[in-house]
Design a protein around this ligand. Structure first.
Ligand code: NOJ
Length: 561
């Protein structure tokens, strides 16, 4: 397996709208980010993934782009962005931009042209079809609710939108569209960026336009499959790689819902020349019912989590590369989701961080994760801003669900859990802005904020910082083999990493009750033993060959043989 800088990096995701506001309009911006680069450097970050900062009407908070080569007015100017890149490079940090090319905004010039007439030169930049039996061409559903087809009177046809109706899907069948996308990518790469995170990139090739109920007749699971991993997706990615990606020293991570490891290997296998890594979603789906929307709440089963993450570790062991994440701008906060955000807030946040950062792959930290930011419970629906959440509420109510049940799902799963403003200090609005922010600040900002984390040597922040330092010092964390142990233990997540004559033993108590384990055979016979990191200070957890684990305790031992 080749050594690469992006395998040795730790990535930090910034969601600009909620990161830092510099001009007092309640909306985060690029000059705001600039003031926090030293903070990120202090944490030890190598790469920043910046969620979209392009011109956008913000129907989906920047994931609906109306101009790919302009900066969103609320976020600043192109000069601000140039300064950001220069200042990041000066600090030896790299910048990865978000590439959203499954769809654009309906306010993009291409779409405005496309809808004018059937023979407009941009018509085929999008996917238009005539209706069927007085309705849309197929019964496909959009991710944000309703039909995936929107009727347009001007030409009496429907356009496809897999997300909101303000996010028409681009037509990758059209070589001219592909060329336009590649040119836009070169525009940013020539400015000096270091990579792309590719939004839902495994949706760009569309399956045949069949109506699922009428034509597939294969059950609900199959109906979902029309959205992902379409027939030409690998052709397009190889072309993109040949024409653009391979021409630069850069990293790519493709967001790929509905991929299994064998599919991920097709996207990331080194010899295939497509992408470097994918974001897969299997572990994010373990607290929902299989084949059902995310809103149905199923408690996490630790054995399933261990089995799933291990499957990914093993199947991408010798080819491809894993991305490692618990959080992003679409996911609830992990300490609330899989940890304990009250009594064992600090312990469980550190334990979850250790599990992830000791695995093989490139770790991603989402803003606020490093201080243990938690899920939000807004009292009124008006306080929610996310289109997916608002549409879900409306549709669930129409289906007859009770307000309380709907809110319970929203509290657990809404994307706004991740989007409340970054908590910098305990001043008004958490130091994020001088004005009332676009979305409410979490009321716990008095206790959970960067300023107090930096003042406390035992904070979650310093645990993350140490995990990152360890990754830089010990090659075994980046390149060592991974093996799960205690597979069926109901409360311990433990594994071993191996490189040459070294091993790491990583043991984590996933729950709030004390537990213990015998020193594992697989880690026996060592010559030296050293505790690398733990979340209960230096105090020894070992007694007569047993490792005692307190609530959410997590320990990493370094062993030589
Ligand atoms: C995935 C992005 O992460 C999400 O925020 C967005 O809504 C959809 N893709 C559509 O772009």
């Amino acid at each position: 397996m080749s050594k690469q800088w992006w395998k040795e990096s730790v990535v930090y995701q910034i969601y600009p709208r909620s990161f830092m506001d510099s001009n007092g309009d309640g909306i985060g911006d690029i000059p705001g980010i600039l003031t926090k680069l030293d903070y990120l450097k202090n944490l030890g970050i190598d790469v920043v993934w910046l969620s979209p900062v392009y011109q956008s009407p913000n129907d989906d908070m920047g994931y609906d782009i109306s101009d790919y080569e302009e900066i969103m007015t609320e976020f600043g100017t192109m000069e601000d962005w140039d300064t950001l890149l220069a200042e990041m490079h000066r600090r030896e940090m790299k910048l990865v931009m978000d590439l959203v090319v499954n769809h654009s905004s309906d306010e993009h010039a291409w779409f405005m042209e496309s809808k004018k007439s059937k023979d407009n030169e941009y018509r085929d930049y999008y996917i238009w079809r005539p209706g069927k039996n007085g309705g849309p061409p197929t019964d496909w559903k959009a991710t944000f609710g309703g039909s995936a087809w929107e009727y347009d009177e001007a030409t009496d046809e429907y356009y496809l939108h897999m997300f909101s109706k303000k996010q028409p899907d681009l037509n990758w069948e059209n070589p001219k569209l592909r060329e336009s996308v590649y040119n836009m990518m070169k525009f940013w790469l020539d400015k000096g960026i270091d990579g792309f995170r590719l939004d839902v990139i495994n949706m760009i090739s569309k399956k045949e336009f069949l109506s699922s109920y009428e034509d597939y007749k294969n059950g609900r699971e199959v109906l979902m499959d029309y959205q992902f991993n379409g027939p030409k997706v690998h052709d397009y990615l190889r072309e993109m790689n040949e024409k653009v990606l391979s021409q630069y020293d850069m990293m790519t991570v493709g967001e790929c819902p509905k991929v299994s490891p064998d599919l991920a290997l097709l996207y990331t296998g080194e010899e295939r020349k497509e992408l470097n890594m994918v974001f897969q979603f299997e572990h994010m789906g373990l607290d929902k019912y299989p084949g059902k929307p995310k809103w149905g709440l199923k408690p996490l089963n630790l054995l399933e989590l261990k089995q799933n993450l291990t499957k990914w570790q093993k199947e991408l062991e010798n080819n491809g590369w894993n991305s490692l994440y618990w959080n992003n701008h679409d996911q609830p906060r992990v300490v609330s989701r899989f940890g304990n955000d009250s009594e064992y807030h600090t312990e469980s946040a550190k334990m979850l961080a250790t599990i992830l950062h000791m695995m093989k792959g490139t770790p991603y930290i989402y803003q606020g994760e490093e201080i243990g930011m938690t899920n939000i419970q807004f009292q009124s629906l008006e306080e929610y801003k996310d289109i997916e959440t608002l549409n879900y509420y409306r549709e669930a109510l129409e289906e007859g669900k009770q307000h309380e049940d709907i809110m319970a799902s929203i509290y657990a799963k809404s994307r706004d859990n991740a989007r409340t403003p970054m908590q910098w200090d305990s001043s008004e609005y958490a130091g994020f802005s001088e004005a009332k922010p676009w979305i409410g600040v979490h009321p716990n900002y008095h206790e959970i904020n960067v300023e107090s984390a930096l003042e406390n040597a035992d904070s979650i922040f310093y645990h993350y910082k140490k995990l990152i330092e360890l990754r830089k010092k010990h090659e075994i964390i980046v390149y060592g083999a991974y093996d799960l142990i205690l597979e069926n233990h109901p409360s311990i997540f433990a594994y071993i990493r191996t490189l040459g004559n070294e091993k790491l033993l990583v043991v984590n108590n996933f729950y709030g009750d004390e537990t213990a384990l015998e020193w594992p055979e697989e880690a026996g016979g060592f010559v030296t033993k050293k505790k690398l990191i733990g979340n209960y200070g230096e105090e020894s957890a070992e007694e007569e060959g047993k490792i005692k684990l307190r609530p959410y305790e997590s320990i990493v031992y370094s062993l030589t043989f």
